[in-house]
Write a protein that binds this ligand. Structure first.
Ligand code: KG4
Ligand code: ZN
Length: 339
């Protein structure tokens, strides 16, 4: 089965072709960083307009790079939510248009299920059941995954997502947008001993997270300093250490509580090398195994959407093309197992 995957939930326009027999055939992404950079964050209306400009050329590109035609497609999968409504509508409209024209199903995929299943695109895939740490710009949660569509939420953030904390801290430090990679690069040059920030909600039992206090702690420190480069590096280092250690503590707790021995890490913050190294250490200590998608499939991409669409369509799931809706808010736990 040949599935086209389309991702337009936020500020990346992405497309990919997944074949159930041959695996991932091609994927391509257009980042809108330059469009939003001067605003220090994503401007939803500009994001939607940019998706309109870039999506069709990207679809043509992934088709031609694998020598395929639209006639060869057997399903189109697109991100139906959660995300920015205008941005989501661009991907949904193009997908349904293509699906109606070709007489094939269109599948509205849950963006976080896409992230969760991204490690399935790698050679070494996790078997079910596993624990998932989902860490992106909009979500921070631990999920017990019994199988596709069988998700039990163990813990989530009560306020900011961890990626959001990276982005806001970067803004405070004048490091610009997107914050995650900028903080990571600055932290690599910072002194780990100079500042210390709290590890929120680790002193009491439970698997929930809270990152708004950490951001406030950074703000208070920034206010008391002359922000030269060295201080920026040192604060970035202390922030990253606090965020990463908090995630590691909660993963350790979740592995112990559930007895699971496989940990999957997904979402944009999963691209953080320090987090990856610390979780690899944890897995070794806990006699567990940790699975990461390659970094480019941690952040938003079309491949995870194409794969998830195939997973949901392979036994005849999916809806006929035509009337559709997007879901800016959509809980992962509302999903049912595939048909
Ligand atoms: O999954 P994603 O691409 O989009 C959402 O679904 O939100 O995640 C984006 C988030 C942003 O907050 C970005 O700053 C963060 O992931 N991020 C990182 C890194 N790369 C991206 N955070 C920490 N370290 C990184 N290397
Ligand atoms: Zn995402």
């Amino acid at each position: 089965m040949l599935v086209l995957g389309i991702e337009t939930s936020c500020d990346d326009t992405a497309a990919a072709l997944y074949d159930s027999g041959r695996g991932l055939l091609s994927h391509s992404l257009f980042s809108q960083i330059d469009t939003h950079h001067e605003y220090g964050g994503i401007v939803p209306e500009l994001a939607a307009r940019d998706h309109v400009r870039k999506l069709l050329p990207l679809v043509r590109e992934v088709l031609s790079r694998s020598g395929a035609e639209t006639e060869d497609l057997e399903a189109v999968a697109y991100t139906a939510g959660p995300g920015l409504v205008g941005a989501l509508l661009v991907g949904a409209a193009l997908s349904h248009g293509l699906a109606v024209a070709r007489g094939i199903p269109a599948l509205g995929v849950h963006h976080m299920e896409g992230h969760l299943l991204a490690p399935m695109l790698e050679d070494e895939r996790p078997a079910f059941p596993f624990l998932a740490l989902l860490v992106s710009g909009g979500h921070t949660m631990t999920v017990e995954v019994a199988g596709p569509g069988r998700y039990r939420l163990l813990g989530q953030t009560l306020d900011d997502a961890v990626g959001e904390a990276f982005d806001k801290t970067a803004k405070l430090l004048g490091l610009g947008y997107p914050g995650g990679p900028a903080i990571a690069a600055a932290a690599a040059r910072g002194d780990p001993e100079r500042f210390y920030f709290p590890r929120p909600m680790t002193g009491r039992p439970g698997l929930d997270f809270s990152f708004s206090g950490l951001k406030t702690a950074v703000l208070q420190t920034v206010r008391g300093q002359a922000l030269n480069d060295v201080t920026v590096f040192d604060i970035a280092r202390a922030f990253q250490d606090a965020a990463v250690e908090t995630l590691v503590i909660k993963c350790r707790r979740a592995l112990q509580q559930t007895g699971l021995r496989r940990l999957v890490v997904a979402g944009g913050v999963g691209a953080n090398l320090d987090l990856r190294a610390r979780l690899a250490d944890l897995a070794q200590i806990q006699d567990s195994k940790v699975y990461f998608p390659r970094s480019e499939f941690c952040t938003d991409n079309g491949a995870m959407i194409a794969y998830t669409g195939w997973m949901r369509a392979r036994n005849g799931g999916g809806v006929p093309a035509g009337g559709f809706r997007v879901r800016p808010r959509w809980l992962l736990t509302e999903l049912e197992p595939p048909a």
